[in-house]
Ligand binder design. Structure first.
Ligand code: ASP
Length: 439
């Protein structure tokens, strides 16, 4: 059994967090690969090292002194080293980096040092072999990860050392230069490592006990989702839930590796398990048919009415007009003599009235109706397919709470039911669905 454990910035923010990481790692010997982010915030007024390093680079670029920032970063590392009684001479390496800094110093190399030094310290503390990401995570000339080369380097390193620690977030270009990924990229490194060694589980350790069933800014204390499929997660992300970035999921999803989101501060919590297919666990047998609720505000609904229209061609014309203005159609609903297109108000922007005029000209409708300030709310759940009456229950609950449903769409795969409500009823709609069906 091999588990890859990635620890985010808050999990390695200081010596106390390092201790938690060590007890997680030593409690399960199958955790053979660790991927670490740069030390993050220790409290809400603190700074992430990556942010400080970007700030430092900006100072260099504009010719401002950055000595104070460098001192602050350096002392974060030496504090961790001293509190844990480690021997790594972080000051020497850090000072030699600082001495090379110039106006043109590579921003990628500089910010990657947050992960590098944090990982050096953590590797010593855990007794794992430090394997530099520059030696095992490779980009191609196109700036994309060279999966084949990366996978074989990571699996060779594991075979050679048995327990390895890789800094997240960066890798090496064919030119030998360091390149960083997008922000939060250590998640990607973790997923690559898990895919490289065909891990049984990819654990992503963070500071929450999994993905929450609804936005905690709207619902008070929402429960975490115990199990979710990759497809459901995609729906929730598409509907606005802030979950893992698609790129960080792809390598493990492709290999059918389960991804477990866990809380470093509450290791006893099972977190959220993301799987390709949810099995027949006891949780599956539960009555609850909603996995999660998400939503977004500010959509417009354009309803085109035309008696006896040829729906195929009229709809096609209208959609191609939106396409011409680069406006993605979020949903389409149809009636006998009408159809409605839902699109984001931001995407429609100033083109809205030109689009309506073009539809008027090409489709020759009896009339076009515009409803604005619409929010879309999605109830996502794989178990909705097998349960009759689900949509009835949802609509009933919204109706009882006086929420007017302006449009309804069910995903063709029956993974989600999406309703359009007035923007100002958005929070209430989410709460009604959560309290009625998820809480
Ligand atoms: N340290 C980087 C960031 O703050 C990458 C990561 O944490 O995953 O974005």
């Amino acid at each position: 059994m091999i588990k890859v454990a990635k620890f985010g910035g808050s999990s390695v923010a200081g010596a106390g967090q390092f201790e938690k990481v060590r007890s997680i790692i030593t409690s399960d010997p199958s955790r053979k690969i660790v991927v670490a982010s740069a030390a993050g915030k220790r409290d809400k007024d603190d700074h992430k090292l990556t942010d400080l390093l970007y700030l430092c680079h900006a100072h260099l670029t504009y010719g401002f002194p950055c000595d104070d920032i460098l001192t602050a970063i350096r002392s974060r590392f030496s504090e961790i080293r001293d509190s844990l009684g480690l021997s790594y001479d972080v000051e020497s390496d850090f000072d030699s980096l600082a001495s090379r800094l110039t106006k043109n110093f590579s921003v990628d190399e500089l910010v990657s040092r947050g992960e590098y030094f944090t990982s050096k310290l953590l590797a010593e503390y855990l007794g794992f072999q430090f394997v530099d990401a520059a030696d095992c995570v490779f980009f191609g000339m196109d700036g994309q990860i060279d999966r084949e080369k990366t996978y074989s380097a990571i699996s060779d390193a594991l075979a050679a050392y048995g327990k390895i620690l890789i800094p997240g977030f960066y890798g090496e270009l064919p030119t030998g230069r360091i390149k960083v990924m997008t922000r939060g990229g250590s998640d990607i490194t973790g997923a690559l490592a898990a895919a490289a060694v065909d891990a049984d589980v990819y654990e992503n350790w963070t500071d929450v006990s999994g993905i929450l069933m609804a936005d905690p800014k709207i619902v008070n204390n929402p429960k975490p989702i115990p199990t979710i499929t990759y497809s459901e997660l995609r729906e929730l992300a598409f509907m606005g839930a802030s979950v893992l970035h698609e790129d960080s999921i792809m390598p493990v999803k492709e290999k059918g590796i389960a991804l477990n989101i866990r809380n470093t501060n509450k290791p006893e919590d099972p977190g959220t398990l993301i799987v390709e297919n949810a099995g027949d666990s006891s949780e599956e047998a539960e009555e609850r048919f909603i996995t999660g609720i998400a939503g977004k505000k500010n959509f417009d609904i354009l309803t085109v009415n035309k008696r006896n229209m040829n729906i195929n061609s009229t709809l096609c014309q209208a959609v191609s007009i939106l396409e011409r203005y680069h406006v993605p159609v979020e949903h389409i609903t149809m009636g006998l003599d009408s159809f409605a297109l839902v699109a984001s108000a931001a995407a429609l922007g100033d083109s809205l009235y030109d689009i309506m005029a073009d539809i008027q000209k090409s489709c020759r409708p009896d009339n076009i109706d515009l409803q604005d300030d619409i929010a879309l709310v999605a109830a996502v759940g794989r178990k909705m397919t097998s349960k009759p009456g689900v949509s009835g229950k949802l609509f009933n609950a919204l109706g009882k709470n006086n929420i007017n449903i302006r449009t309804i769409a069910q995903g063709a795969d029956e993974l989600s039911i999406i309703v359009g409500v007035e923007n100002e009823r958005f929070d209430t709609a989410i709460r009604v669905l959560y309290e009625g069906f998820a809480g």
